[in-house]
Ligand binder design. Structure first.
Ligand code: PEP
Ligand code: MN
Length: 336
C-alpha cells in the first residue's frame, strides 16, 4: 500500500498515521523525494483504505500488488516527466534523442560531436568517462578529465550530458559535470549504488541488466525511488539470448510492457541492443514504433577509430539519417 502524505503534513499527523498503520501490523518505510512524501506499508489482509485515506495529513492511498510500488503505474496514473532545465525534457509520449560517443576520447572528438548535435537540433549528449570494459587491458575512459571537458563544451552549446557511474564513490566526483547519471547493464542490480543514487537530486537513467527480467529492472528503479530520487528513466538495451549473430537481442517487447507496468519514461538503446552499425537505424525506428519515449545511440566522427564500440557507432551522415527518420517515425506514431 502507498500512502501519499500532504506536503504540509504536521509531525503529529504523521505520527498518528504511522501509529494507525503499525496497529494494523504494517511494515513501514517512509520515503521523501524531491517531489513527494510517502509511506510504503507492507500489509497482509485487506485494510479499509477509506479509513486511512480520511486521516488528517493523508493525500491519498493506493493498494499496489506488484513487488515494486512507487514505480508502478497502478499507483500513479500521471506519467513522469524528467525536466533537465532550459526546455529539455524526457517525457512519456515524447521523442528524446540522445546521441554521443561510447567513450569520451578527446576535446576535438567531443567538439565535433557537439557541432553535429547542434546542427541536428539534439539537446542531450551521451558519453562515457568511466567505462565498464570486459577486458582490463581495454580503454577504460578519460575519467574526471573527460567529464570536465565534455561538460564545458556541452554547457557552452546548451546541451545536457548523460554519463555512466560505476561506483558510489564516483557520484560526487561526477556531480558538477553531468545532468543525468547512467547506470549500465552490469550495475543494474548493484543495490548499494542504487541506494546512493537515491540521495542525489539529479535524474538517473537505469539500463536493464543483460539478463534481468522486467520486474527486476523495476525493482532496481524502486531502490532509487524509495531512497529519495524519483527522477528515473528506464532503458531497454538488449538482453543475452542463445543467438550469437548479434551482440544482444533488443527486446522490443519490453517497451510496451514497461510502459504498461510503470509511469516512468522508457527509452531504447539500439546500439548496444544489436551491436552492429548497419542495423542500428532499423531498430531505433522499431523502438519508436513500439512506443519508446526516446532513443539513445552511439555516434562519433570516425567510428572505425573509436576506442570502444566502434562496430556499433554511427558516423555523422548515418546519424543525420537516423534523426530524420526517427522524427518521421515519431510523427507517424502520433497519427495512430
Ligand atoms: C554504454 O551505454 O556505454 C554502455 C556501456 O551500455 P550498457 O551498460 O548497456 O552495456
Ligand atoms: Mn558503448
Amino acid at each position: 500500500m502507498i500512502v501519499t502524505l500532504k506536503p504540509a503534513v504536521a509531525d503529529s499527523e504523521l505520527a498518528a498515521v504511522k501509529d494507525r498503520l503499525n496497529n494494523l501490523g504494517c511494515r513501514l518505510t517512509e520515503v521523501r523525494t524531491q517531489r513527494g512524501h510517502y509511506l510504503i506499508a507492507g500489509i497482509h489482509g485487506e485494510p479499509d483504505l477509506r479509513v486511512i485515506g480520511a486521516l488528517p495529513g493523508v493525500l491519498d492511498v493506493h493498494r499496489v500488488s506488484d513487488a515494486y510500488k512507487l514505480v508502478s503505474r497502478k499507483w500513479k496514473a500521471v506519467p513522469t516527466t524528467i525536466n533537465l532545465g532550459d526546455g529539455v525534457e524526457i517525457t512519456e509520449g515524447g521523442l528524446a534523442l540522445i546521441a554521443g560517443p561510447c567513450s569520451i576520447e578527446s576535446r576535438e572528438q567531443m567538439q565535433a560531436i557537439i557541432t553535429h548535435l547542434q546542427q541536428e537540433g539534439l539537446r542531450i549528449m551521451r558519453g562515457g568517462a568511466f567505462k565498464p570494459r570486459t577486458s582490463p587491458y581495454a580503454f577504460r575512459g578519460l575519467r574526471t578529465e573527460g567529464l570536465k571537458l565534455s561538460h564545458e563544451l556541452a554547457r557552452a552549446a546548451g546541451i545536457k550530458l548523460v554519463s555512466e557511474v560505476l561506483s558510489a564513490e564516483q557520484i560526487e566526483l561526477m556531480y558538477d559535470y553531468v545532468d543525468i547519471y547512467q547506470v549500465g547493464t552490469r550495475n543494474s542490480q548493484n543495490f548499494e549504488l542504487l541506494l546512493e543514487l537515491g540521495k542525489v537530486d539529479k535524474p538517473v537513467l537505469l539500463k536493464r541488466g543483460m539478463s534481468s527480467t522486467l520486474d527486476e529492472l523495476l525493482q532496481s528503479a524502486e531502490y532509487v525511488f524509495a531512497n529519495g530520487n524519483e527522477a528515473l528513466i528506464l532503458c531497454e538495451r538488449g538482453i543475452r539470448t542463445f543467438e550469437p549473430a548479434y551482440r544482444n537481442t533488443l527486446d522490443l517487447n519490453a517497451i510496451p510492457a514497461l510502459k504498461e507496468k510503470s509511469h516512468l519514461p522508457v527509452i531504447v538503446d539500439p546500439s548496444h541492443g544489436v551491436g552492429v552499425r548497419r542495423w542500428v537505424e532499423s531498430l531505433a525506428l522499431a523502438g519508436i514504433m513500439a512506443g519508446a519515449d526516446g532513443v539513445m545511440y552511439e555516434v562519433a566522427p570516425e567510428p572505425e577509430r573509436a576506442l570502444s564500440d566502434g562496430q556499433q557507432t554511427l558516423c555523422f551522415p548515418e546519424s543525420s539519417e537516423l534523426i530524420k527518420k526517427a522524427r518521421q517515425t515519431f510523427e507517424l506514431r502520433q497519427r495512430f
